[in-house]
Design a protein around this ligand. Structure first.
Ligand code: SAM
Length: 314
């Protein structure tokens, strides 16, 4: 592995993901979440006679990683788009089937650690949180224009925050005075909405709410199943999909979809089990792969990472 990724974005479960993909030297591969190119670089090194398509909705990721990957080979194409458009953008390139695809979901370190992007409650910035800087919906619009019911729903569903109701009410009350413009203003409103016994608990009181807003702004849970279904459909025999998730809501989507394709629904155990051999897909590992001790010690992002894989049978 080269050291570049450590400077900018330390890829999570890199070796495990690449092993799972079992890259063929002449295969067609897709990295749906290019980021700073950590996974793409390893795929490209292993498929000198194939082609790699790299997608990212963040323009900066496309620019930076194009430079990085061009030092390895020229058999790759970077496309600035949401992975929701996977099928359509590959069709434009004349591709209708693939040998492997990777998704490493969520935000990259350069996005999260850039104070301007407004992803983190650790930096003061205008409420933004867009991965794709060209899209209209941003965190400011969510916080200042959504109704109390809509805010409550996203805080509860996407943040799984037990204080969703109080915080939604606190935001709607605070914005009657003036709009909530920045991350620190939002943190203050969240803190002011909570009783001392909640504030004294371990962990930052805004963590779940920031996660919920980010998921809403980037439509993360809506885009994932659309892209995954298309990817599964496009897999060649022997083709593999590897997905890394960072929270239970995403992981549930991946787990359920993979099980729908690769695990026979439980029939009455007293009857003979038939039909298993007819399934077109298999799980690459029954349980999700998680980071080993060394990675856990060196990369804090790896703590919540879960890797799942699906293969179309030969
Ligand atoms: C965790 S980073 C990927 C890091 C990369 N694997 C590496 O090793 O450098 C996730 C990337 O996916 C992108 N992304 C997230 N959701 C996306 C979507 N729906 N469509 C396209 N790109 C997306 C983000 O902009 C970010 O650059």
């Amino acid at each position: 592995m080269d050291s570049w990724s450590k400077v900018s974005h330390q890829s999570v479960l890199l070796k495990e993901t690449i092993d799972m993909l079992d890259v063929k030297e002449d295969g067609v591969y897709v990295d749906c979440t290019l980021g700073r190119g950590g996974h793409s670089a390893e795929i490209l090194k292993r498929c000198p006679k194939g082609h790699l398509y790299c997608l990212d909705c963040d323009k900066e990721a496309i620019e930076q990683s194009t430079l990085r990957l061009s030092k390895i080979g020229d058999n790759f194409t970077c496309i600035h788009t949401s992975f929701m458009n996977l099928k359509e953008v590959l069709a434009k390139e004349g591709i209708s089937s693939i040998d492997g695809l990777v998704m490493d979901l969520g935000v990259s370190s350069p996005q999260f650690d850039d104070p301007q992007r407004g992803f983190s409650y650790r930096f003061d910035a205008r409420l933004d949180m867009r991965m794709d800087q060209s899209q209209k919906l941003d965190a400011w619009t969510v916080i200042n224009t959504y109704s109390q019911e809509e805010l409550f729903k996203i805080f509860k569903e996407y943040g799984e925050d037990p204080n969703a109701y109080r915080i939604a009410a606190g935001i709607v009350n605070a914005r009657k005075e003036k709009p909530i413009d920045t991350t620190f203003e939002l943190v203050d409103v969240i803190k002011a909405s909570l009783p001392a016994k909640v504030l004294n608990k371990k962990g930052h009181p805004a963590k779940q709410i920031f996660q919920a807003i980010r998921i809403e702004v980037n439509q993360e849970l809506k885009q994932l199943p659309i892209a995954l279904r298309d990817a599964i459909e496009m897999l060649n025999p022997g083709g593999r999909i590897a997905v890394i998730t960072f929270h239970s809501l995403e992981d549930r989507i991946v787990k359920n979809l993979f099980r729908e394709k690769a695990v026979q629904k439980k029939a009455d155990r007293r009857l003979p089990q038939i039909g298993m051999e007819n399934l077109e897909f298999e799980l690459i590992s029954r349980k999700p792969v998680t980071a080993a001790k060394e990675e856990l010690e060196n990369n804090h992002r790896s703590h919540s990472a879960k890797l799942r894989g699906l293969k179309r049978k030969e």
